[in-house]
Design a protein around this ligand. Sequence first.
Ligand code: ADP
Length: 385
Amino acid sequence: MSSIILEARDIRYRYPRGMEAIQGISFHVRKGEKIALVGPNGAGKSTLLLMFNGMLKPDSGGLLFDNEPIQYDKTSLRILRRRVGFVLQNPDRQIIAPTVFQDVAFGPTNLGFSEEEVNKGVRAALRHVGLEGFERRPPHQLSGGEKKRVAIAGVLAMDPDMLVFDEPTAGLDPSGSEDIMDLLDELNQEGKTVIISTHDIELVYPWADRAILMLEGRILQEDVPEVAFGNPDLIRKARLSMPTLLELYGEISRRGLELPEQKPRTVLEMMNALDIAFRTGDKQKSLGSIVVGDVDLLDSGKLCAWQAAHPHAAIGAMGTRAKERAVHEKLTLDFTYGVIDKCILHALRGQDSLILTTGSMAARVFTRVEEYSKESGNFILVVSL
Ligand code: ADP
């Protein structure tokens, strides 16, 4: 198990002239984890997040980052904020400069990076969030999703180890929200620890490694999402509703069907559970295959030829660069989020699909499909284009 990057020890915080917003909270986060802080408005999520990079200091108890107690002098905070990037809920409050370039450059310039490092960092960050070519644009003219990406690029330009997002999908439409979740997955895949706050339980249920359920400044429950969101009394108490898949799993179990003990986090896992319950898994089926194309290595000719030969195949893209390439090639994408599972579901219906992606995410497709094949006994062919 990887080491602990952030730890809170019985922290409390009261706003001046306000109520006690954090009332004794302890928890830890491991390097590389995806954590969702979930709770109703006023639960204390934002207050807690603001402590992770020292913007607020607990009245009592302590926070440790990378096993060192957080110190609140100027120099220590500077170092901490380079390592813990914070993306505010409202990008209008985070974006301050007149152009996208200047805005993204603000953090690294402030940290004393050289001009060359700043330029390099800004370019890489904008490329990462899919905003290459936006350098001279005034941020106030951008869409909500684009502004969010500028704010994220501003944080990425400092190359932090941990990324903290307060309500990353607030105000975005469903497709914009999925794009942001996919970007968070991509950043996590590259090794960053990601902590988000939200009340969108459906969106984080399949995403998070661990969920922390908060209410009135305290932690109600902290566990893998199927456990953290699986107690109807706690969920009601927190003014949330249970993820549909968990509710469905409970309903089917109550009908007396024998389901696997592991509760489903995705539609794919639900379908596996149903296959087992109805014993349809052992019927001979003809399965589709999954082809993986790394957009950094793939030329247009090969892509076009494959598409011409497989006109009915579905196409999914994982990650910003893959999505950009799809736009460039004028490909219509069937899947842009939860792509691997959707392609496996497609294969189970006997249909082929293509996943466009880059680097380490391509390896993840192979691992995930091979794991699925082994676990389920449904052998889905996965090959590189
Ligand atoms: P959440 O992010 O879960 O919606 P917050 O952390 O914003 O919750 O708020 C927790 C509590 O602290 C609420 O009761 C809220 O009214 C209070 N609070 C938040 N910000 C301030 C502030 N600047 N001054 C006084 N009270 C505040």
